[in-house]
Design a protein around this ligand. Structure first.
Ligand code: PLP
Length: 433
């Protein structure tokens, strides 16, 4: 934040005032869009020092960009981390973070209850292209994670509030298991956002985000972020994490965990990860996301209150078999929501299962009027999709059910419109199923 003496207590204030503040050159109140691929050096010594990481500065937008740096600062402040690195999409964050922590042949343990795209990335491409083996494990049984730790384990990965089923793992239990194993706990906090939950406060070491969702809120900018908690002792576990804890030859032998002790992972992700893998975020996207983030608390409150009302309505409706939303007292994750989410709120995303099965799912989507039919989540407008005929269509019925997306399951991302209007719309469409 620009003025470090500002007495910030509340997240609402932080959401507006975090980040770079007014432009230092022009005084413009909103962040400037530095739509430039490269940056002019003052002289040859300046150029050499910035290249050698002896002086902070901008070289080339694949590695760092002032507008993207503003978003990184804002996200780190909202999460309570020490630094962040933004990427072109949410999925790219996993590649960036994992490439800093894993060598070919290493293993990691991840929750089975994951966003489908992440599950595919872990199961297929990470194994095939990089030799990183994922052990998928039930997030309601932390002890099973513990049993799977070996000397090849390099990280544990969970979602704080899973997409789409709303599974909320016991964050403190996972942080203890990761600490005992001497590996970082990575939490995907996309659906909860730091407004509902700040995983570093429960012992997580790295937070990842798809900023495409609630951070932006408008559905107009893809992006992701890896946030460094600055709380993992890489030097203590140097043999496991040579990238961070042993001399880096491309930077005159510096050791990232020593030279940049506050946020070594964020620094490495820029200086090596983005440099070599190139999934940098575009300045225009960073700008749009920063603007969106200023209203994050207002939007999240409305998403949560609306989702609660809509979920309660659906849970009483005769055409609906079940509703999977942690805000409902009968949810197996209700107590975890009370423990880890602000006010016990459970974000705006959930699924419900229609008594009429597959055909009813298709009919509901065809007849709904206010909900937009698309594959994103976290927009201001309400969104709907029938996973069995779209995102999960390639799976067998058993696989669909195991993924929480059986034939009659509908996924909704409840927006910030009037809850009464949303309920009326669902009511008329359900009558036609
Ligand atoms: C929880 C979660 N993590 C990661 C992603 C991937 O983000 P992106 O689509 O920005 O790559 C998504 C996308 O839906 C998500 O829901």
């Amino acid at each position: 934040m620009k003025d470090s003496v500002m007495p910030v207590q509340d997240f609402e204030t932080l959401a507006v005032h975090s980040g770079p503040g007014p432009d230092p050159v022009t005084g413009a109140s909103s962040p400037a869009i530095h739509q430039s691929s490269s940056f002019v050096f003052r002289n040859t010594k300046h150029a050499a020092d910035v290249f050698a990481l002896k002086e902070a500065g901008y070289i080339y937008s694949r590695v760092t960009n002032p507008t993207v740096a503003g978003l990184e600062q804002k996200i780190a402040e909202l999460e309570g981390g020490t630094g962040a690195t933004c990427t072109s999409s949410g999925l790219a964050t996993n590649l960036l973070a994992f490439s800093a922590l894993m060598q070919s042949g290493d293993e990691f343990i991840a929750t089975q209850k994951l966003y489908g795209g992440t599950a595919g990335q872990f199961r297929d491409t990470f194994q095939r292209s990089f030799g990183w083996k994922c052990l998928f494990t039930d997030p309601t049984k932390p002890d099973e994670f513990k049993r799977k730790v070996t000397d090849k384990t390099r990280l544990i990965f969970i979602e704080s509030l899973s997409n789409p089923e709303g599974v909320i793992p016991d964050l403190e239990a996972f942080a203890r298991i990761a600490e005992d194993a001497g590996v970082p706990l990575i939490v995907d906090n996309t659906v909860a956002t730091p407004y509902l939950c700040r995983p570093f406060e429960y012992g997580a070491n790295i937070v990842v985000h798809s900023t495409t969702k609630y951070f932006s809120g408008h559905g107009q900018s893809m992006g992701g972020a890896v946030v460094d908690g600055g709380n993992f002792d890489w030097m203590k576990h140097a043999a496991k994490f040579p990238t961070l804890a042993t001399p880096n030859l491309s930077y005159r032998g510096l050791v990232f965990a020593k030279e940049f002790a506050a946020a070594p992972l964020a620094m490495f992700n820029h200086a090596v990860g983005l440099r070599d893998l190139g999934m940098n975020q575009q300045p225009m996207n960073a700008y749009l996301t920063m603007i969106g983030m200023e209203t994050l608390p207002l939007r999240m409150r409305q998403h949560c209150e609306n989702a609660q009302k809509v979920a309660e309505f659906l849970s009483r409706h005769k055409a609906v078999k079940s509703v999977s939303y942690p805000g409902l007292p009968n949810s197996p994750y209700h107590s975890m929501a009370q423990k880890y989410m602000r006010n016990g709120w459970a974000s705006g995303l959930f699924t419900f299962d229609l008594a009429g099965g597959y055909d009813a799912g298709v009919k509901l989507v065809e007849n709904i009027k206010l909900f937009t039919h698309l594959a994103n989540i976290g927009d201001t407008r309400s969104l709907i999709i029938h996973p069995a005929s779209t995102t999960h269509a390639q799976l067998t019925d058993e696989q669909k059910t195991a993924a929480g997306c059986g034939p009659g399951v509908i996924r909704v991302s409840i927006g910030i419109e009037s809850a009464d209007d949303l309920i009326e719309d669902l009511n008329q469409a359900l009558a036609l199923t």
